[in-house]
Ligand binder design. Structure first.
Ligand code: AMP
Ligand code: ZN
Length: 464
């Protein structure tokens, strides 16, 4: 079955064809590690994880690179403002390096808790400064750069088709020039490749360069790293939808200007997580929730958030509310119980995967990662009248994409001591053929919120 993905470059779904048969180069823009990731950011990483798992499910080998932005991402959109890392360091009274290390670890914990497969290659921007400088030098040799008092800039008017990803009208961007503060820029869309450390200020993160001491602009790292680690396998590049107009547009301009070749064939973007009133969740809006705070500390398993993300197609805004979390919590618990039940019914995995159900699931996944439809296929499978063994084998196969740890549900759960004691008493009653006591104990166990199943291997007690 063919995989179709929506490519922002052409604004439609296309059949996915990698540069090299059977292999995919995947680049996902990573976090700026000056603060915790919020659950909006994490929505984007869940979408990218589904993409990666879908590629693996389709039999591709995937080489996945993710950057860690630990320098140079300024608070303003267009190269004005402070460096977020240095600002974070000031806020917390720690060094920029400590801040980067701390929030990188926090991010790794978040993605682990969401069962997001880690990239094959993690790259810190600060570990590839030389590559970024080399790329800027190439751009300079080819005449795409100019110098201002605060840095080296890319002249976007020299790159034809600057708006091919954003599909914006250049004239509307020119209008924005009036509010631009940087009067030295030749065009409002021009962006910094290298920024100079301000005179008389020693930054915590700064490097020598052919142009003077300073630090790289934000966009150059993703171009340098993707080309360094993926070579010619520039298949899919993703991020949140806010990256279309500036970050990814600039990545394309500088990369294609430097190499003269197409930079990534497919660009995919996830829509935003929004909260009541339609506002996007953003650090700058001060309305953000972390996974740790909103889920782990609130006693809600983080996988509930992963499950919640499946309810909305990745290109549609996802609304976050207490009610949507509660619905996802119930939905996941229900699914886990359904799977536990079939797992408990003396499953014979020899039954194999149901190709009919797999086809439906794959059709949904391969239709531009349509997870709401894929979840409907999951329910159709569980309600069908095929054998429990077949259902179980099939759902575990689906879980390669879902990533909900459904294979762990047949492992015995830790029961509370009280429930375990009643279960042991009931087993003894059954061994002694005392059916009256056995029934009474069953009722007692059920009253505590557990289900009792009598299987050939003995009594099984699972949470309702
Ligand atoms: P940042 O750490 O700010 O570079 O953002 C990391 C990723 O999260 C990027 O791909 C952003 O596009 C994405 N992102 C930011 N805010 C949201 C949001 N509210 N919903 C979904 N994705 C977001
Ligand atoms: Zn990027």
């Amino acid at each position: 079955m063919k995989l179709h993905l929506y490519n922002s470059l052409v604004r439609r779904k296309e059949e996915f064809k990698p540069v090299q048969a059977g292999e995919v180069g995947l680049y996902t823009c990573g976090p700026t590690v000056y603060n915790f990731a919020h659950i909006g950011n994490l929505r984007t990483y869940i979408f990218e994880d589904i993409l990666k798992r879908a590629l693996l499910y389709n039999g591709y080998r995937v080489k996945h690179v993710m950057n860690i932005t630990d320098v140079g991402h300024l608070t303003g959109d267009r190269d004005m403002g402070e460096d977020k890392m240095e600002k974070g360091a000031q806020r917390e009274g720690r060094t920029a390096w400590e801040i980067a290390e701390f929030y990188t670890q926090a991010f790794r914990t978040d993605i682990e808790n969401l069962n997001i497969l880690p990239p094959d290659i993690w790259v810190k921007a600060t570990d590839t400064i030389d590559d970024q400088i080399a790329l800027i030098e190439t751009l300079e040799e080819k005449g795409y750069t100019y110098r201002t008092s605060d840095g080296i800039y890319f002249d976007t008017s020299k790159f034809k088709d600057y708006t091919k990803l954003s599909h914006q009208k250049l004239e509307s961007l020119q209008e924005g020039a009036r509010v631009e503060k940087n009067l030295e820029k030749r065009n409002p869309t021009d962006f910094a490749l290298w920024k100079f450390s301000p005179a008389g200020v020693q930054r915590q993160m700064e490097w020598d360069s052919p142009w003077g001491i300073g630090f790289p602009g934000w966009h150059i790292e993703c171009s340098a790293m993707s080309m360094k680690f993926l070579g010619n396998q520039l298949d899919i590049h993703c991020g949140g939808s806010d990256h279309i107009d500036v970050h990814h547009t600039n990545e394309i301009a500088q990369s294609e200007a430097a190499t003269g070749k197409k930079f990534f064939n497919c660009w995919m973007h996830g829509a935003f997580l929004i909260i009541a009133g339609g506002k996007k969740m953003a650090k700058s809006e001060g309305n953000f929730l972390t996974l740790d705070h909103a889920f782990t500390q609130a006693g809600i398993p983080p996988l509930v958030y992963r499950f919640a993300a499946f309810q909305t197609h990745y290109r549609k805004p996802m609304e976050y509310s207490d009610a949507s979390v509660q619905a996802a919590r119930n939905g996941l618990a229900h699914l886990q119980n359904q799977v536990r039940q079939i797992a408990g019914n003396g499953v014979d995995r020899e039954d194999g995967i149901s190709s009919e159900h797999k086809d439906k699931f794959l059709e949904a996944v391969n239709d531009d990662l349509n997870m709401p439809r894929a979840m409907a296929a999951v329910q159709e499978l569980l309600k069908s009248d095929i054998s429990d063994g077949q259902k179980y084998a099939t759902i575990l196969d689906f879980d390669r994409v879902l990533g909900l740890d459904l294979d762990e549900l047949d492992r015995p759960e830790e029961l509370p001591a009280e429930v375990q004691e009643l279960a042991d008493q009931r087993q003894r009653a059954r061994d002694a053929k005392d059916w009256e006591a056995s029934d009474r104990l069953r009722d007692e166990i059920q009253a505590l919120g557990y289900m009792v199943q009598d299987t050939p291997e003995g009594v099984k007690v699972i949470k309702k």
